[in-house]
Write a protein that binds this ligand. Structure first.
Ligand code: SAH
Length: 244
């Protein structure tokens, strides 16, 4: 029997923000594999006996384990926070399947990615063209990330930032802000959302000038407005020109 893998996006946190298909897949799967933050999030509503948790930076090991189970004919759900295809497990798993020439069935199940969840919490800041940039330079060259930020800033894109600051990567966000300030007013609205759709969710609306005086870590997504973005009634929005 051929194994099947569901590559599942579980959204930002709460069960209400998981798609029905994702819930069905978690139900149907014999085994659920994921990073422990995410397996903890689903542990409340799936059979705990079928969960395998692993630590950070063990992405490839997690995929190899999934492939082994698939060879045994199992149905496996590999879970990612947010969407699996956005800095998630989808690409890694497909690369491995390709390299191993594995004959398995794959179903990709999208999830609400962090910038979409953060935008909803802030108001409507990404109503117009936006760019998503990860500041993690573990796998991408920092010079290239800076070029991408520069291009997004020049093109007046709203910029959504993932992986803004970790314990060891602390200066990237400072440099990113400098690049944006080269093209944007220091009063440009900036939204900082931590733990979107989780119990300890928090949100701050600030400016490009003051953004670094607020807590920023690896559970944070930052949305930097474009030249049209404004704040009204404590909501951040980017008018497209209908009324305002
Ligand atoms: N696949 C994920 C992204 C993984 S990269 C997705 O689609 O959302 C990890 C980064 O995502 C974090 O550093 C942070 O910037 C962001 N992130 C993940 N979960 C978050 C949450 N609940 N609230 C705010 N940001 C989050």
């Amino acid at each position: 029997m051929k194994g099947k893998i569901f590559i599942v996006g579980i959204g930002p946190g709460a069960r209400e923000h998981i798609s029905l298909r994702a819930l069905e897949a978690l139900e149907e799967a014999d085994i659920i594999i994921g990073y422990k933050t995410y397996t903890r999030l689903v542990a409340g509503f799936v059979d705990k006996k079928k969960i395998i948790s692993s630590g950070m930076r063990q992405e490839l090991a997690r995929c190899r384990e999934a492939l082994q189970l698939l060879h045994d004919g199992k149905q496996v759900a590999l879970i990612s926070g947010g969407d699996p295809g956005i800095y998630g497990m989808a690409g890694i798993m497909l690369e491995l399947i390709e390299r191993e020439k594995a004959d398995v069935e794959v179903e990709m199940i999208p999830g609400i990615t962090s910038c979409i969840a953060a935008a909803a919490i802030l108001g409507a800041p990404i109503m117009n063209d936006f760019a998503v940039v990860s500041l993690s330079d573990l796998l991408t060259d920092w010079e290239l990330i800076k070029t991408r930020l520069e291009c997004a800033a020049r093109g007046d894109f709203v910029v959504c930032i993932y992986n803004p600051r970790s314990k060891t990567r602390t200066t990237q966000i400072e440099q990113a802000r400098e690049i944006l300030l080269g093209y944007r007013d220091k009063a440009t609205p900036v939204g900082i959302v931590r733990n979107a759709m989780r119990d300890d969710q928090s949100r701050i609306i600030t400016t490009l000038e003051k953004m670094l005086s607020h807590p920023i870590d690896m559970t944070t997504t930052i949305i930097i407005g474009n030249s049209k973005t404004l704040v009204a009634h404590d909501r951040m929005m980017t008018p497209r020109g209908y009324i305002l």
